[in-house]
Design a protein around this ligand. Structure first.
Ligand SMILES: [Zn+2]
Ligand SMILES: [Zn+2]
Length: 420
């Protein structure tokens, strides 16, 4: 689609506020025609055009081909080089990808590489941080400021004669494969020239456009983040369904050179299936795949992060190193002055609010006040549950100097020389 170059020294239109006098200068009219005006025209024309079943089937089939042109071709082959394809597949993908009317391979891939390199920043051409509609299509409708453009290396693409040919002849490519070819198939095949133009041509490419735009908007907004939540990409089956499997976008941003988007066999990724079939037919080679061990590492780290976040929101009691250190004699003195303190494993707990709630009864817990109840708590009377241990830690108020009663008793007897 159209580019806007800065004229030296001048303020770019995108840097000026939109007014009644200049709004049309903010609009990129070539893009707007291709993604809004023609599609709206197609919707209007559909009201005056009968939809025949065979044309609908052809439109659906051609939606799959042109969608694959984008997902398997523009995206996974050229933007990410996640596999290698022979000339027949490259020519096929360049033609049907052009029929999706989303810019040339060169234009699309350079934007997409920038999107991966600068995800969610000002240099991301379709950053969702600028709003859902911006990432969906407004980034093409409005002229973008070239000063913030994230530059990428596409020298590898310039060496592919199919890419160069498609870029040079892009106008003819979209006319032929976007409109004329689907119309001729329906016209010559079963005499439905108008239906072929409206349904298999315009409405079909409009739908493929919207589906692809959803990867930039919806896939950065809706769903789960099983691999990394530092950036916006997300996994969702709805996005996958409308984009021929591109909806596992959290995975994709983590492992962009993997030829798969969905890693489970039951997930919907017809783009992956197609590439795999081409491999079996000898048409595609070198399918790149991250090792399952690396993928699982990412998943486990993200799970750990979520667990840590949940853990940090809970009351686990005052950390031991922040508790005051109390002498054993002071502990006894405080309980004698009426405080309900119990020592367990060298830690002093204030159980005053808990005495009446103790499931084992008031008498039992009262009998532990002013004592080292370590043995009692840890099985001498009853083996307490994990929940009880957690609850206990929320009641801690101090640490006994020298440890529990036994340690202090041994220490004192040591000083008296009873234990040599
Ligand atoms: Zn993305
Ligand atoms: Zn990508």
């Amino acid at each position: 689609m159209a580019k806007t170059e800065p004229s030296a020294g001048k303020q770019h239109i995108s840097e000026k506020p939109v007014t009644f006098g200049n709004w049309y200068q903010h609009v990129n009219w070539i893009n707007t025609t291709l993604i809004l005006i023609v599609p709206v025209g197609g919707i209007v024309a559909a009201f005056y055009t009968q939809l025949r079943a065979i044309t609908a089937a052809w439109a659906l089939l051609y939606y799959f081909w042109t969608g694959l042109g984008i997902t398997a071709g523009y995206h996974r082959l050229w933007a990410h080089r996640s596999y290698e394809a022979g000339l027949p597949i490259r020519i096929f993908l360049a033609c049907v990808g052009g029929g999706a009317v989303q810019g040339s391979i060169r234009w699309w891939s350079s934007k997409h590489r920038a999107h991966h390199r600068w995800t969610d920043t000002v240099k991301d051409p379709y950053s969702v941080m600028k709003g859902l509609w911006y990432s969906h299509f407004m980034w093409m409708v409005l002229n973008q400021n070239p000063k913030t453009r994230g530059r990428t290396d596409i020298s590898d693409l310039n060496e592919d004669p199919v890419v160069v040919w498609q870029h040079k002849n892009y106008g003819s490519v979209i006319l032929i494969f976007g409109v004329l070819f689907p119309m001729f198939v329906a016209g010559l095949g079963w005499g439905d020239w108008k239906g072929g133009l409206v349904y298999a041509g315009i409405l079909r490419f409009s739908f493929v456009q919207q589906a692809t735009f959803c990867v930039n908007s919806l896939a950065h907004w809706l769903g789960e983040q099983p691999f990394d939540d530092r950036n916006s990409p997300r996994d969702h089956v709805v996005t996958a369904l409308i984009t021929l499997g591109e909806g596992y976008h959290n995975f994709h941003h983590e492992f962009p050179s993997d030829y798969r988007n969905a890693i489970e066999w039951w997930q919907y990724d017809p783009t992956k299936w197609s590439i795999w079939v081409w491999k079996q037919l000898g048409l595609a080679t070198n399918l790149k795949q991250f090792r399952a061990n690396e993928i699982e590492k990412g998943r486990v780290q993200q799970l750990q992060k979520k667990i840590d976040q949940k853990r940090s929101k809970l009351d686990w009691g005052v950390p031991l190193d922040q508790l005051p250190v109390i002498d054993w004699d002071n502990f006894i003195a405080e309980t004698q002055s009426g405080k309900a303190l119990v020592a367990i494993a060298g830690v002093v707990h204030d159980v005053s609010k808990f005495i009446t709630e103790h499931p084992g009864g008031k008498t039992l817990i009262s009998s532990a006040i002013g004592k080292d109840a370590t043995a009692m708590f840890n099985g001498g009377v009853y083996t307490h549950s994990n929940a009880a241990h957690n609850l206990l830690s929320s009641m801690r108020v101090g640490v006994i100097r020298g440890g529990g009663e036994v340690e202090i008793w041994r220490h004192r007897n040591n000083q008296k020389g009873l234990y040599a």
